[in-house]
Write a protein that binds this ligand. Structure first.
Ligand SMILES: [Zn+2]
Length: 556
């Protein structure tokens, strides 16, 4: 006898119960669904059930088999009535026998929920006023799933003016993306009815049902919808993280696609955050996604971050990373940072909620020049951000699930060309401006100042440093000492303050006069300028092109 079948006559529960009897079993549970006398404000007199039986049986058997495997029970079965039923008649019966009662209860519940979602069965209600209507909406009655269904579609009276053949067209097997374009009066597609299945991660004893609940109740903000963000958001959505916020003001460019493989060439020109949210909804309709087509700024960062439990930085933007760092330290939210450069990258998890070191505590001592580079300038091989984004997703899940082995006060550096790995111990710096509380407030209260300074250019071009000095700018070389040893600053008057010291505030710049920051290529000096401006230091500028540009000009 099949473990899932239809019955055209009243269901014989005594016989069914006997089928499940087993000497191994210490418990048996059964569920009975009965025809009630009302539905959605209508008084119901009787009703008819109809199913596309060959297909429904196949799907029903699959559900019972899943329950047996998933909950490790001994036996289970389900019988559904078809034909004409009166009030109080039993429409469906589910039984499960197991060694222990808990598994029996859970398997029974699982089977009835899945049957209502996945098995093509329709119901025609006959009302007291003489009207009647097909309702496909048993699945809508499942708790917690209302938001997943198109009610206008599912409830439409007469929606099932279709034969069994039509039901077959929306079968589990034949569901395809095209099914979404089914005729309006067709029954809802199986595609919309499918549910996320987390069984493969729930099977891990470190996750289990409890872990899954934690993930469902978690909210993660992902800044940047680029190469790092692709695996981050796909894995988080796949894992069932309840709410995912996606921040990116950029539109997709064709040059993004070699590393941002979630998108299509036909998407070029569209907002990445919106494209990403669409993809995630298709991947897992049970989660909530929010697309923010904005750039993260000092004005909006606090408000955005406060909505979430965990932040993942997937930007290639130096000033955004530090802005996020400051906000997360202040709000005591964990944040996962990664940067990639050509073939290598680094990963750091900042855990201010556990008094961990922050980005400012360690940068840049533990990194190499240019590691906070961007792909447009430096180039990158597609899988490199893919690897680091995957690591970020992994650390995020470990944090949300409170698993052991989380990356703590250390920096993980991987060179994917040589496959060399290093884990650098880091510690909270006494000199860290973020951890000397006053600094944090300052970073966030610069809105007005930043606004006033917005019209000032960040970069200036000069043929020589003498020209700059002649115009009243004081030159500050922010390169490392060893760089100066190789290529001295082409000015005797210039001061040397390495970038780390400048940003840590150990040698604050005068608020009067104008300062011109200088580095090798103009990239670090621009980043430092942006950062100082964001803190309200508006009299700083970056020398465009850095020492390299000066050298070129002196040659020509
Ligand atoms: Zn710090």
């Amino acid at each position: 006898m099949s473990v899932f079948r239809f019955s055209h006559s009243p269901i014989d529960t005594v016989a069914l119960r006997a089928e499940l009897a087993n000497p191994e079993s210490g418990g048996y549970t059964a569920f009975e669904g009965w025809v009630r006398n009302h539905n959605e404000g209508h008084k119901v007199r009787h009703l008819e059930y109809e199913a596309f039986e060959p297909l429904a049986v196949k799907e029903g058997e699959r559900i019972v088999a899943e329950a047996i495997e998933r909950f490790g029970i001994e036996r289970a079965a389900c019988v559904h009535r078809v034909g004409d039923l009166g009030i109080g008649d039993m429409a469906v019966w589910v039984g499960a026998s197991a060694r222990h009662r808990d598994e029996a209860f859970r398997a029974c519940r699982f089977i009835i929920d899945e049957v209502k979602h996945r098995v093509p069965i329709w119901k025609k209600e006959h009302y007291e006023n003489g009207d009647s209507g097909w309702v496909n909406c048993e699945r809508c009655a499942a708790p917690g799933d209302h938001e997943l269904h198109d009610h206008a579609h599912a409830h439409g009276a007469g929606a099932h003016a279709h034969s069994q053949g039509a039901a077959g067209a929306h079968s589990h097997e034949s569901a395809s993306p095209q099914a979404a374009q089914a005729p309006v009066n067709a029954p809802p597609t199986k595609r919309a009815e499918r549910r996320a299945d987390y069984s493969r991660q729930i099977a891990l004893k470190e996750v289990g049902e409890q872990g899954q609940t934690k993930l469902r109740n978690s909210r993660v903000l992902v800044i940047g919808c680029g190469g790092l963000g692709v695996p981050v958001r796909q894995y988080l959505a796949g894992a069932g993280v309840g709410k995912i916020g996606l921040v990116d003001g950029d539109k997709l460019e064709a040059s993004n696609l070699h590393r941002q493989t979630m998108y299509a060439l036909s998407d070029v020109g569209e907002h990445k955050a919106i494209l990403a949210a669409d993809r995630l909804r298709a991947l897992n309709p049970e989660i909530e996604t929010r697309a923010y087509t904005i750039r993260l700024t000092a004005e909006n960062a606090s408000e955005l971050v406060s909505e979430y439990d965990l932040v993942i930085d997937c930007t290639d933007n130096f000033s955004t990373k530090f802005l996020l760092n400051d906000v997360c330290v202040r709000l005591r939210k964990p944040a996962i940072f990664s940067s990639v450069y050509q073939f290598e990258g680094q990963l750091q998890v900042v855990r201010p909620d556990k008094d961990g070191a922050c980005l400012r505590c360690v940068w840049p001592e533990a990194t190499r020049d240019g590691l906070v580079g961007n792909c447009a300038e430096a180039g990158v091989l597609g899988p490199v951000p893919g690897v680091f984004g995957s690591l970020q997703a992994l650390e995020a899940l470990k944090t949300l699930l409170d698993l052991p082995g989380q990356l703590g006060n250390e920096l993980l550096v991987l060179d994917l060309l040589t496959m060399s790995t290093s884990r650098v111990r880091i510690k909270r710096a006494a000199t860290c401006p973020d951890h000397a509380s006053s600094r944090v407030v300052r970073a966030l209260d610069t809105t007005a100042i930043a606004g006033a300074a917005a019209s000032e250019p960040l970069e200036l071009s000069f043929d020589s440093l003498e020209d700059a000095e002649a115009q009243g700018l004081s030159v500050i070389d922010i390169r490392e000492a060893r760089e100066l040893a190789e290529t001295p600053t082409p000015s005797a008057k210039a001061r040397h303050i390495p970038m780390a010291e400048l940003l840590h505030g150990s040698q604050p710049l005068a608020t009067t006069g104008k300062h011109l920051l200088l580095c090798a290529s103009g990239r670090r000096s621009l980043a430092a300028t942006e950062e100082l401006r964001s803190r309200g230091q508006n009299n700083v500028y970056s020398l465009r092109g850095g020492v390299a540009a000066l050298a070129r000009r002196s040659v020509t």
